[in-house]
Design a binder for this molecule. Sequence first.
Ligand code: ZN
Length: 271
Amino acid sequence: MRVLFWCDMEGIGGIVKWDQVMAGKSQYEEGRQLYTAEINAAVRGAKKGGAKEIIVVDGHGAGGDHSFNSLIKDQLEPGAEYVFGYRWGCYIEPLLGADAMLLPGAHAMAGTENGILSHTMSTENFRMALINGRAVGESGIVAAIAGSFDVPVIFVSGDEATCLEVKSLVGPTLHTVAVKKSLSRYAARCLAPVEACHLIEIGVEKVLRDRTNWPKPLKFVSPVELKVELADPDKSNAFKGKIGCEVLNPMTVTSKGENFWQAWDQFWYRS
Ligand SMILES: [Zn+2]
């Protein structure tokens, strides 16, 4: 069984501020410790659950050379391979023939009222993303990428709002672990890290052993349209003349494809 983890940092227990997830900030090292511990727990769960090939993609853009490179290397759980430095939403090769995608540390989409550090790709650049009219966050984009290759998302951990968001998108049998409950965008009631890790470890093991109940791969009716609302009109310049993309108005870009991956690749690649 081959499984992929696409990991993010904003959904890790105990993380409630940007300073905990941005390279160079005073609390970043604490955030990295919390992040590494939860990902290790997920890997332990995957090993116990029977995964033979575990590929962990560090998907957090911490800034500078720490982008997609925040996990603390000398603390990593053995028995998995770790992908560092690869641009977000692009490392698809291992999806071909993979059994499942898991999303530890996921966060809620931009605009979510009680979503810790909620955003979609970039607060600076994007306000909202929709696939065939359905609003999605990063978790939905990742689930749709995986679905393009017939791979289901079966597990998510993050705040309560994120767990609900992903469940409503991929199906009620998604296994979720809520490690915190948001009180605002920057405040939450959190589990102790050791407890969050324990729940993640047993949750991942359980879901991998329970294949008959996995959600189906997330697919959209073809042609698939990705529509992105931009944060300001200047951002549309990057999409003018881009193959497959259409600038509907200075605040809105669309990309259409046979499947979501094609639409996404046209929009995201080289943007
Ligand atoms: Zn992130």
